[in-house]
Design a protein around this ligand. Structure first.
Ligand SMILES: [Ca+2]
Ligand SMILES: [Ca+2]
Length: 159
């Protein structure tokens, strides 16, 4: 179930710098599937229950006016809400070992690879998912793009 921006919004401030926007449909009761959140002037969607291939996940994000998330700094506060592994917008689909963000804009200046990643296992790993590292959650792994994972979209504004 994918949520439309047209659903009702309610804003919660639960600590000083993190504003969460909960979205739900009053009539259909779809609320628990909806999770758009505003963080530092961008709007994120977390597909908690929905798992898709990297391309299908990206398609959903684009349909909603966004893209798979680009991570360009170490601001990872939202990781605590994710079910891992989770697709992000990074891939080397075009040229092996040359990673690019799917939004076509963000430069790959920051990376957070897990130990021994990216390893392009079997010569067939071209899409990047956040996963668990030995000590910290949110480390990156190149994975097979056809696997069904949760995903995070982002767009510039929530409304
Ligand atoms: Ca690769
Ligand atoms: Ca890998």
């Amino acid at each position: 179930m994918y949520c439309s921006i047209s659903f009702f919004c309610k804003v919660h401030d639960f600590h000083s710098h993190f504003k969460t926007i909960f979205m739900w449909s009053a009539s259909s009761g779809l609320g628990m599937n909806c999770s758009w959140r505003e963080y530092e002037n961008k709007c994120y969607f977390f597909s908690t229950d929905t798992k898709k291939s990297w391309a299908a996940a990206r398609h959903d994000c684009v349909q909603e006016g966004g893209d798979l998330v680009s991570i360009t700094s170490a601001g990872e506060d939202y990781l605590k809400d994710l079910e891992l592994p989770t697709w992000i917008g990074l891939s080397d689909l075009l040229v092996e070992n040359q990673y690019a963000w799917s939004d076509g804009v963000s430069a790959v200046l920051y990376t957070n690879w897990n130990d021994k990643e990216p390893n392009n296992a079997g010569g067939a790993e071209h899409c990047v998912a956040m996963t668990h590292g030995p000590l910290v959650t949110g480390k990156w792994n190149d994975d097979a793009c056809s696997k069904n994972h949760s995903f995070v979209c982002y767009r510039k504004k929530c409304q």
